[in-house]
Design a protein around this ligand. Structure first.
Ligand code: PMP
Length: 284
């Protein structure tokens, strides 16, 4: 495995960043997690756009034009000869002296890692998973806009720990008003009376690439969909529920906080969307 760091390739064991990198010291940076299917990078342009928007929001100058970044990611995939896998694209504030001031860091660092993808077992897709709601709230817009995909994931990690302690894979994170935002690394959808609902980005959801793809596919399948505020009540009383994310793709949820969702099996619309998503990927 060859890791790209600032213009050079390194073996996995030699791929290191400085202890003075503000990404490490302060979580000062942004990132993307991207899938490679059948030798093609999935929605690369959309991921690059989101990366640059996250960077702009934190006043981080990426020392590469978007087109150059896109070509660089594709080159790393080629160098690693990866057919199916996962790309972690990270831009940190770079190396600087101690102290929060980003001006201490003359140049941002660009890191591109291509790794094997850790797939969820197929039975999860067949049976669905159980999730909980976490006591760790999604950050409010006036704290750190959740649309920024930054290196600050500690509250998501707290929620993930809570999920694991409850024997679950994922946890729902609410926003500070108590509305559903998303999960620790996935967006959330519910189906009620044939209609698809997902929280808006203003309720604390990341503008997920898989979320957007699913909304597009739903429109093509004539499934009415709407982004709107959802509470736990809406989750518990949904007919169907599923999560979306680059890793999870479309993952059925069959129980939330001990409440069975619908009849406790992955729903019909969830299945249609999962199938449509997989067909969309297969079509390249
Ligand atoms: N929410 C959060 C907090 C995430 O980190 C991610 C990405 N892992 C998602 C949602 C899903 O986004 P995407 O579909 O772009 O992977």
């Amino acid at each position: 495995m060859k890791v790209y760091i600032d213009g050079n390739y390194y073996d996995k064991e030699q791929a290191c960043v400085s202890v003075f990198d503000h990404g490490l010291l302060y979580g000062d940076g942004v990132f993307e997690g991207i899938r490679i299917y059948n030798g093609t990078v999935f929605k690369l342009r959309e991921h690059i756009v989101r990366l640059y928007q996250s960077a702009k929001a934190i006043l981080l100058h990426i020392p590469m034009a978007m087109a150059e970044m896109q070509a660089q990611v594709e080159e790393v995939v080629k160098v690693n000869n990866t057919h199916d896998g996962y790309i972690r694209l990270v831009v940190t504030r770079g190396r600087g002296d101690l102290g929060l001031d980003p001006a201490k860091c003359p140049k941002a660092s660009v890191i591109i890692i291509v790794a094997d993808v850790e797939l969820y077992p197929p039975e999860y897709y067949a049976k669905g998973i159980e999730i909980i709601t976490s006591s760790s709230r999604r950050l409010p817009v006036d704290g750190l806009d959740p649309r920024i995909k930054s290196l600050n994931y500690l509250n998501n990690i707290m929620a993930k720990l809570e999920a694991k302690q409850a024997g679950c894979l994922e946890a729902v994170m609410l926003n500070k008003e108590g509305y559903v935002a998303e999960c620790t690394g996935d967006n959330i959808f519910v189906v009620k009376e044939g209609r698809l609902y997902t929280p808006t980005v203003y309720q604390g959801a990341l503008d997920g690439i898989t979320r957007a793809t699913v909304l597009e596919l739903a429109q093509k399948l004539n499934i009415p969909c709407e982004a709107r505020a959802l509470s736990c009540y809406d989750l518990y009383n949904a007919d169907e529920c599923f999560l979306t994310g680059s890793g999870a793709e479309v993952m059925p949820v069959t129980a939330i906080d001990g409440r069975r969702i619908g009849d406790g099996k992955p729903g019909v619309i969830t299945h249609r969307l999962l199938k449509a998503f997989r067909e969309f990927i297969a079509a390249g």
